[in-house]
Ligand binder design. Structure first.
Ligand code: NAD
Length: 292
């Protein structure tokens, strides 16, 4: 364990915010939140706890018993934790998953900020998704959160693609929920249908990759390899942030598209959680300097 001087900051008044996941030691979230607390002079400390499904229920009891202000939640706990909470945000209820828990005097509310993070990352680049058509490849945790948030935030149309795997049944349910609960028109297609993918991208304003294709162990790979499927006025967003430029973004840049990586999404999902915990805005420009 590294030696870090924290005694000047942590006192008997300091409130705790946790991150509960397994594995989690690699996470950037503790650095992000603690740097922001320090910058704003907020009396919180953010600590990662290795918690998996087997100790999750006791952990939530601990949050209540110890009056901990809240926590972030990552894999494998994002879905399972919903059953232990008192309330869910609209996006959490629609996705069935939670990445942020806020404890308001013993009432635990679950939120999901990954989709919010993606929407803010787009607006930070000057892109308003209202009334737009978006093609999304991937319907895992990230894809589902993006589909739901885009629907809630006023996207006009969503074309959702996933390969034939275990994610498909729930992807179809998510699409049905978006059609039922929002004014957005969503449709599901098989990723294997490349002609359909080409046609849907051609009529979209934004293309989003929400799969792990492009990062290890699929480094250098892309779900779109033919540049003629893209056009310069298409925005291409990749949830992957390591590497910062995936093969998809390389192709998009060659075509002349606006190409955005997942770093902003990661920052803004954290900023949305930070606001829920503290009621303060995360200092975004400062955080970009610290983290990127
Ligand atoms: P997940 O395991 O929940 O979902 C994986 C998705 O990728 C599924 O849709 C699956 O069908 C698809 N997939 C996997 N291999 C594929 C392949 N070879 N071809 C086609 N599709 C394939 O994962 P997740 O948590 O949703 O993460 C997806 C990506 O988003 C990862 O790269 C992750 O790093 C990234 N992510 C980024 C942020 C951020 O803040 N930028 C947040 C969450 C996830």
């Amino acid at each position: 364990m590294g030696k870090i001087a924290i005694t000047e900051r942590v006192t008997g008044h300091t409130e705790l915010i946790g991150l509960i996941a397994y594995p989690i030691r690699h996470s950037m979230s503790p650095t992000m939140h603690n740097e922001a607390f320090k910058k704003l002079g907020l009396d919180y400390v953010y600590v990662a706890f290795e918690v998996d499904n087997s100790t999750l229920e006791d952990t939530v009891k601990g949050i209540r018993a110890m009056k901990i202000r809240g926590c972030n939640v990552s894999m494998p706990n994002k879905r399972k934790i919903t059953q232990y909470l008192d309330k869910l945000s609209d996006a959490s209820a629609l996705t069935g998953s939670v990445n942020t828990v806020v404890n308001d005097n013993g009432v635990l509310t679950g939120h999901i900020t990954d989709g919010i993070g993606c929407m803010h990352a787009l607006s930070d680049e000057g892109i308003d998704i209202k009334g737009k058509k978006i093609t999304i490849m991937g319907t895992g945790g990230a894809g589902t959160a993006i589909i739901v948030q885009a629907g809630l935030d006023g996207a006009a149309e969503l074309s959702v693609f996933n390969r034939a795997d275990e994610f498909v049944p729930e992807a179809k349910e998510t699409v049905a929920k978006v059609n039922d609960k929002t004014s957005c028109k969503a449709a599901f297609y098989k990723l294997e249908d490349q002609d359909k993918l080409r046609a849907e991208i051609a009529s979209s304003d934004i293309l989003i990759n929400a799969t792990g294709v492009g990062m290890k162990p699929m480094l250098g790979e892309s779900l779109v390899t033919d540049p003629t499927m893209l056009r310069p006025d298409l925005v291409v967003f990749d949830c992957v942030y390591s590497p910062t430029e995936t093969r998809l973004l390389e192709i998009a840049k060659e075509v002349g598209c606006k190409a955005i990586n997942g770093l902003g999404m990661m920052l803004f999902q954290g900023a949305a959680a930070f606001k829920l915990f503290t009621n303060e805005e995360m200092p975004i420009d400062y955080m970009k300097d610290v983290l990127f």
